[in-house]
Ligand binder design. Sequence first.
Ligand code: NAD
Length: 355
Amino acid sequence: MAFKVAVIAGDGIGPEVTEQAVRVLRHVRADIEFEHALVGGAAYDATGHPLPTQTLDLCRSADAVLLGAVGGPKWDQIPDPKLRPEVGALLPLRSELNLYANVRPAKAFKALVDSSPVKLGPNGIDLIVMRELTGGIYFGQPRERRDNGNLALDSMVYHRSEVERITERAIEVARTRSKRIVSVDKANVLETSRLWREVVDEMAKANSDISVSHMLVDNCAMQLVRDPGQFDVILTENMFGDILSDEAAMITGSLGLLPSASLSDPKEGTVFGMYEPIHGSAPDIAGQNCANPIAAIMSAAMLLQYTCEDTASAQRIEMAIERVLDSGVRTADIGGGASAVGTREMGDAIIAELG
Ligand code: NAD
């Protein structure tokens, strides 16, 4: 087998949607080996920890990880917050696997363009937010309370090397698209942003095939609503990326259809990544075969693109989804109404369209 994928389907609708993603991957490539492991609440119930060592070891030994979703009300009451699925599994997965580059595409499917809350211009929306995922204010020290709890302190910290490696990933991604990067910062105020801009400029000089411009984060938030079609790759730090990627996702009008990849350094020439839908475990609809599997299937397509470097298969999947949606097949969340199909049936339709 050429590639080993760790499948950690997790909780709620995670297993249902991930099953369809694995079916699609099996359909388009015969050389992927899948190994399953528990994560999240399911792992906590079985082993007492949301990220058992066995699961982490499997992920470390794989070429890529396919994650469903974790969490749900059943585990919100676990007394030790470090053992709750989101904190005890998601954050350590990111840091242990060194997943510093979060790639969040925001693209509106043609058939669903009218569900965007903003009026999309002729360019629509088809962009990627490259968010630095393991640095900045979410991780910086010190982070503490002083003055009897009346003063709170968070620290935004970036090292040159952290900016360099995310910029390198963004340049690689831009090279597969329109070769345009907008780097977003707050360089008029923040020292970390001035370092960010300095490093990005240096790297832009060394990669003259890529056009790089800068935008302040407040302006970017406005421009995304005004004309999202102007952007191709947005490169930004952790907190700005967190906010802007959700804004961009909402503009597509199909939050439940969007995938993501979190990438690390290439391992023996292969880009290691964890691929997951941006939605959560949707406990309200879990176990009913009505969740939309498209975000999970699009995440599988990203796995093909980045880890397997098989852009052709990734595009084949995306086009099959596009045709299925064009033909009017819908799950309940995207307006299927009385004729809505289920999770498995949406998977069937996409596989049938792949031929
Ligand atoms: P959610 O994304 O799970 O659900 C929000 C709404 O969208 C719900 O009404 C849900 O039914 C619907 N929805 C989500 N995905 C859908 C799909 N594929 N098809 C159809 N409808 C879909 O967000 P939430 O309700 O805020 O969180 C539920 C749980 O998931 C929480 O425990 C939360 O912590 C967790 N969560 C996990 C992740 C992750 O694993 N990466 C991400 C976000 C939330």
